[in-house]
Design a binder for this molecule. Structure first.
Ligand code: HSE
Length: 427
């Protein structure tokens, strides 16, 4: 009798059914913290689905960590751990996944991986913002691959949207919330929390960077918007001039100022193409509570991409946290990517943003009479439209003014012993 494992060939001859096992892909993972640890768990828990859907079995063959003794996920075989970068790089792996962050030793790992024609998947926004074009070029030259979906907006596929050559053409601007930690903090402040409590909770939930000052200063969002500007406009991310103002130590004042003007504060990143070049900013912006960005709360990220041919495309979702970021890393691991060309001749020029906006400048209430505040701004040619009063703050809403003059106003107020917090007035 014929076995069910056999089929009848065209000549009536039974041929054995080919039982294809999953293709084994050897993975070396650098970093086993919030994101790397979550990836280890996901590879374990998702193994059946990955095999069924993609015919792959990812096999972890080495894991580089900074601290050999720290607790790791139970799914991880501790024999794979190494703290030595050379040992890690000598490992024979098909894919290197980098989730350690920072430039050292991430850049060394990236260069060595791509120079060997291997595939690199990285969640490292600082690395891609500083060296993306160089690494993409290396990947092309050595027939390797570079993927970094998880570096921007965590689990939201914004990189894919911009990398697909036909999906978005004629992009004019990209604007949105690219940092989960600061958005989480601003949301909690709206709920009446204090700043230290909100920051501590953002850290406990695994949203914040190892050094949270990168979140608070806007550096994290600046790295991400540089990457988006590179992909959208061909601008060299490293050479982009970014007007960056974070929450600093004035988050509570910003939130109260926004409340006094009937809106909410958001840390907004923007890259826009003007006829002369690309302008890029990361700064606190006053938006309506019911607006698209105002409704983006907690660690959620949201971005609006305006393009000539495709109108407004909106993407939103979990922007920070181990699980969404690890999920995006895994997506990169199973996806074939189209490598990016490096920007030719330095790419589109970067120019300072001198477009006029309305601004809200908040100072502690009662320190100076309102007439004196108006007079100070008047001296640097900034016209105050109105002054609102909120929880402990006086907020001057200006007429449309280019940023450099607002910078002068800030310095003039600081010269009078005040600590102004500035929101751009947005939607
Ligand atoms: N610290 C980052 C954030 C993590 O808060 O958005 C995700 O990149």
């Amino acid at each position: 009798m014929m076995s069910t494992a056999l089929k009848i060939g065209t000549a009536g001859v039974p041929i054995p059914a080919i039982r294809r096992g999953p293709r084994v892909v050897r993975v070396a993972l650098a970093g086993c913290g919030t994101v790397g640890g979550e990836l280890v768990r996901l590879l374990h828990q998702g193994a059946d689905e990955i095999r069924a859907r993609h015919g792959l079995r990812f096999e972890l063959v080495r894991v580089l960590v900074a601290h050999g003794e720290r607790p790791r996920p139970g799914e991880l075989d501790r024999a794979l751990l190494t703290t030595d970068v050379d040992t890690f790089l000598a490992t024979d792996a098909d894919i290197v996944v980098e989730a350690i962050g920072g430039l050292d030793p991430a850049l060394r790992i990236a260069r060595a991986t791509l120079a060997a024609g291997r595939r690199l998947v990285t969640a490292n926004k600082a690395l891609v913002a500083a060296h993306g074009p160089e690494l993409a070029e290396m990947a092309l030259r050595h027939r390797g691959r570079l993927d970094f979906e998880s570096a921007v907006m965590g689990g939201v596929p914004v990189i894919r949207a911009l990398r697909e050559p036909l999906s978005l053409t004629g992009i004019r601007s990209i604007r949105g919330i690219l940092n989960g930690t600061t958005n989480y903090i601003l949301s909690r402040l709206e709920d009446g929390w204090t700043f230290p409590a909100a920051l501590a909770e953002a850290q406990a939930r695994g949203f914040a960077e190892a050094d949270p000052s990168r979140d608070l200063s806007g550096e994290d969002a600046a790295d991400k918007v540089r990457i988006l500007a590179w992909l959208a406009f061909g601008a060299d991310p490293e050479r982009l001039e970014v007007r960056r103002r974070g929450l600093g130590d004035r988050a509570e004042r910003l939130a109260h100022a926004a409340g006094a003007l009937g809106g909410v504060a958001r840390l907004v990143a923007e890259a826009a193409r003007l006829p002369e070049g690309v302008v890029v900013s990361v700064e606190p912006v006053l938006v309506g509570a019911a607006s698209e960005l105002g409704r983006t709360r907690d660690e959620e990220n949201a971005v609006v991409i305006e393009s000539e041919w495709n109108g407004r495309v909106r993407l939103s979702g979990p922007g920070a946290g181990g699980a969404p970021t690890a999920s995006a890393l895994l997506g990169d691991m199973v996806r074939s990517a189209v490598c990016h060309r490096a920007p030719a001749d330095g790419g589109t020029p970067s120019i300072p943003d001198r477009r006029p906006h309305a601004w809200a400048i908040a100072v502690e209430r009662g320190q100076l009479p309102e007439a004196a505040l108006r007079a100070t701004l008047d001296r640097v040619d900034v016209e105050v439209h109105r002054i609102a009063r909120g929880k402990g703050v006086s907020v001057m809403r200006t007429q449309p003014t280019p940023w450099p003059r607002i910078g002068l106003a800030v310095r003039a107020l600081e010269g009078q012993g005040l600590a102004p917090a500035v929101l751009r007035v947005g939607e």
